[in-house]
Design a protein around this ligand. Structure first.
Ligand SMILES: *[C@@H]1O[C@H](CO)[C@@H](O)[C@H](O)[C@H]1NC(C)=O
Ligand SMILES: *[C@@H]1O[C@H](CO)[C@@H](O)[C@H](O)[C@H]1NC(C)=O
Ligand SMILES: *[C@@H]1O[C@H](CO)[C@@H](O)[C@H](O)[C@H]1NC(C)=O
Length: 774
């Protein structure tokens, strides 16, 4: 068995090596600050806050054979050690949560066994059939407990299919410290357990109500954007930076994360996706929209061969196999792009299965302003609508909500209109008539969109009240968004306010209902559970979103005081009794700016990310690759199972699904079937997140449920969803279903042609060469 696992590992590594060779060809970036001359990428990188130990360090111990010192300016510290002897080893004891091993890949190198604290954790093949690659990351691990560890590398001398003896080498180790614990220094008292060992802490609770938190896996690419794409994989999208996972000879900025086995596959992407939004379309293809120009700041993160992402539309076709093999992101700016540049736009699937692309700024920056604002919507595929012929349509609301109005909050409502909140205001947009209906302002001056990010959800829709829509907005800040950054502090308190409103005439007349979370949160994440409850996690107690802008920055973070304990919100409970922290564990990992959380098809919550930094950093608050799994109490109960369900649901149709109820199930009336969209998560915006309960009737034998699909494409927009059976408040695992005909949005060739003829793929670069738009 062990042998089998290692051969799998070996093949995985061999595949990685192949990527490296494809690499040199694909590479067109430059790595030296201030130059535009292409140069080979060397993965060796010491993030601020990390420490590098050279092969010549006295802390590095060589034994079991002869290690030769080789001198060359190509090596870090000017030297490298290499052994040709089988069983020769090097060991290194360090204190921290992560370790990286750098060295050469060439045709003399073979397979080494890597041990951490005596456990064989990986077989690393450093063989490479090409010109020698130096300063390569041969091994990395970032999810260790914060304590003393010993890494040992043993040369096996072997390579499959060869009888030669091969070498092992070491150029340097890079150690990630215990940044998470240092960060706890700053956490104020409300978490009484924070000085105890971190994991699995819970407030006093009956075991039946106990939530658990497990840290397991690392994303390899920082998780700025997250979407579940299949029952086994999540898509992770980041910005261009020094992530340890590489592809085509440079750091990757997108990946597929295996939520069952915790493996991670890098994805190639052409353009810079910082900070894009996303949605599935009606045909199941996921689009990722908008981003950033090539970063030309004076940083080594500047250029990994990416292109301007401001008008990018990146496509990921359905990727459903459990190996995620062959899944690719497709980009072709000449054929598929937005009509205007957008940074921090929101992307929403609407009732015809197309995407509405909302707002954003025309170039990267921080707080929006009238010069860079893009106060428009456009569609993908483009539409001939309201005389636009595919071009952007002006939205007065996005002018009037300056400055703090990036990543607008948006939900498709069950009458086909769209709720939009930005800054301190909200409205209902009728895209068919291009009209805005203003709603009462969000009370008490609370701003809810970037950089005063709160979070929001459309509460579960149910046939019991004819799919009455109600929205919930939580957190944010009351900081005056006209104050200059140097007058804003990372220590200013966030808002604890939640505001909810029923979006009927009567509900709007009644206005916002106000509640207070137990703790203030900026940048929280709100996750719908199949039970209809809402988990609120992540975020900071003080400051403002972004990095490098305000006074009292922590590292580069504009926010401080991480909120480490999630809270459960029960929308159907009586006012005053909706928030609960019973049995809720406290994390030791701050989830600050650029953190994410999503429900998975298993029913648990995947929490990842946090990176208030220009590039990968290990200072407080560092770039976080560790994943946490928050498991509701229902995960350990006997759960219902979906044995058989259709893969497609047409609107209004009645279908039968086969289930198995847990033994001892009593209350036949307490059975619900939920159709869920887990949404596309980034910057506290859970775009497209949705839960629709279906009309459901249990058969007498208790083995079948007759369900009625959503009545129309406004209640649930056409596209992928997840079916879950909930009995006695315990959900089954979810099964993917395509809702609608699966054909996807109509393509208006005239509008598409007009957009391509009248726009350039790179309008931002164009404006710069004309002397800039400011
Ligand atoms: C889905 O529709 C989009 C927009 O027309 C198109 O670009 C994409 O290729 C389609 N996906 C599939 C799988 O057909
Ligand atoms: C740019 O970076 C280089 C190398 O790190 C440094 O020497 C130089 O001072 C920097 N220049 C500016 C203008 O910040
Ligand atoms: C508007 O925002 C851009 C991008 O952050 C910034 O460069 C510019 O200085 C701002 N303009 C004003 C007038 O504040």
């Amino acid at each position: 068995m062990a042998h089998y696992i290692f051969s799998l590992l070996f093949y995985a590594l061999a595949a990685l090596c192949l990527n490296v060779s494809a690499a040199e060809l694909a590479w067109n970036g430059h790595t030296t600050p201030g130059t535009t001359k292409p140069a080979a990428f060397r993965p060796y990188y010491v993030p601020p806050g990390s420490k590098s130990y050279d092969s010549a360090s006295p802390l590095v111990l060589y034994s079991g054979g002869r290690w030769t010192e080789i001198h060359s300016p190509a090596y870090t510290g000017g030297s490298l050690r290499q052994t040709l002897q089988v069983q020769a080893s090097v060991s290194f004891t360090f204190f921290g949560t992560g370790i990286e091993w750098f060295g050469n890949r060439d045709m003399y190198q073979g397979i080494s066994d890597v041990y951490i604290d005596r456990d064989l954790v990986q077989k690393v093949d450093a063989w490479y059939d090409g010109k020698r690659l130096t300063q390569q990351r041969l091994f990395w691990r970032y999810d260790l407990l914060c304590q003393k560890h010993t890494l040992k590398i043993v040369n096996t001398g072997a390579r499959p299919g060869s009888t030669h003896d091969y070498a092992a080498n070491l150029d340097a180790f890079v150690v990630t410290g215990c940044h998470s614990l240092q960060q706890l220094d700053d956490v104020p008292p409300p978490h009484p357990h924070s000085s105890l060992p971190p994991l699995l802490l819970a407030t006093e609770a009956e075991p039946a109500n106990k939530w658990t938190l497990e840290q397991k896996g690392s994303t390899g690419v920082h998780a700025m954007q997250l979407a579940i794409i299949s029952s086994t994989h999540a898509l992770i999208i980041d910005k261009v930076e020094h992530n340890p996972l590489t592809i085509d000879g440079h750091p990757a900025w997108a990946a597929l994360y295996d939520i069952e086995n915790h493996g991670v596959i890098p994805l190639a992407m052409l353009s810079n996706s910082f900070c894009a939004g996303g949605t599935f379309l009606g045909n199941g293809t996921l689009i990722n929209v908008g981003g950033n120009p090539v970063v030309e700041d004076n940083t080594s993160s500047a250029d990994f061969g990416d292109v301007d992402g401001l008008q990018a539309i990146r496509l990921l076709d359905p990727c459903l196999s459990s190996s995620a093999s062959g899944c690719k992101i497709y980009e072709s700016p000449d054929r598929i792009r937005m009509a205007s540049p957008r940074w921090y736009n929101t992307v929403l699937r609407i009732s015809d299965g197309s995407a509405m692309i909302i707002g954003g700024s025309k170039k990267g920056g921080w707080m929006n302003n009238a010069t860079v604002n893009n106060p428009t919507i456009e569609y993908f595929p483009p539409k001939s609508i309201h005389g636009s012929n595919g071009m952007p349509i002006d939205l007065p609301f996005l002018h009037e909500t300056l400055n703090s109005n990036l990543f607008p909050i948006a939900f498709l409502l069950p009458d086909g209109t769209v709720f939009i909140a930005a800054n301190n205001d909200a409205m209902i947009y009728n895209w068919k008539t291009n009209t805005e209906r203003r709603l009462p302002a969000i009370p008490n001056g609370v701003r809810v969109t970037y950089p005063m990010a709160g979070t929001a959800l459309l509460l579960p829709l149910s046939p019991h009240n004819n799919y009455q829509a109600e929205v919930l907005l939580c957190g944010g800040s009351t900081i005056d968004d006209t104050r200059p950054s140097y007058k804003i502090s990372s220590k200013e308190p966030a808002s604890a306010q939640c505001a909810r409103m029923v979006l009927t005439d009567a509900g709007i007349a009644a206005g916002w209902e106000i509640e207070q979370m137990p703790e203030a949160r900026l940048m929280p994440d709100a996750v719908l559970l199949p039970t209809g409850d809402i988990l609120i996690c992540n975020g900071a107690g003080t400051g403002i979103s972004g990095y490098g802008n305000v006074v009292d920055q922590v590292g580069a973070s504009n926010a401080a005081d991480p909120v480490l304990t999630p809270v459960l919100y029960t929308p159907s409970a009586a006012p005053g009794a909706r928030f609960s922290r019973t049995g809720m564990p406290t994390s030791d990992i701050p989830r600050m700016y650029h953190s994410v959380a999503t429900l998975t098809p298993n029913g648990d919550v995947m929490i990842a990310g946090s990176n208030p930094n220009l590039d990968r950093s290990e200072v407080k608050y560092g770039t976080e690759y560790r994943v946490e799994w928050l498991r509701p109490p229902y995960m350990t109960k006997a759960r219902p199972q979906i044995m058989d369900a259709p893969e497609q649901l047409q609107f209004g149709e009645t279908v039968v699904i086969t289930i198995q109820l847990p033994t001892g199930f009593q209350d036949r009336s307490d059975i619900k079937v939920a159709l869920m969209d887990y949404g596309y998560v980034t910057h506290a915006v859970h775009a497209n997140s949705r839960l629709v309960y279906l009309v459901a009737r249990l058969s007498t034998a208790g083995t079948k449920i007759t369900i009625m699909a959503p009545p129309n494409s406004m209640v649930y927009p056409p596209g992928p969803g997840w079916l879950v059976v909930v009995v006695d408040e315990v959900p089954s695992k979810a099964q993917r279903v395509m809702v609608g005909d699966g054909k996807g949005p109509e393509v208006d060739e005239k509008a598409l042609k007009n957009v391509l003829e009248n726009t350039k793929p790179d309008q931002y670069e164009e404006s710069k060469s004309k002397g800039g738009e400011e």
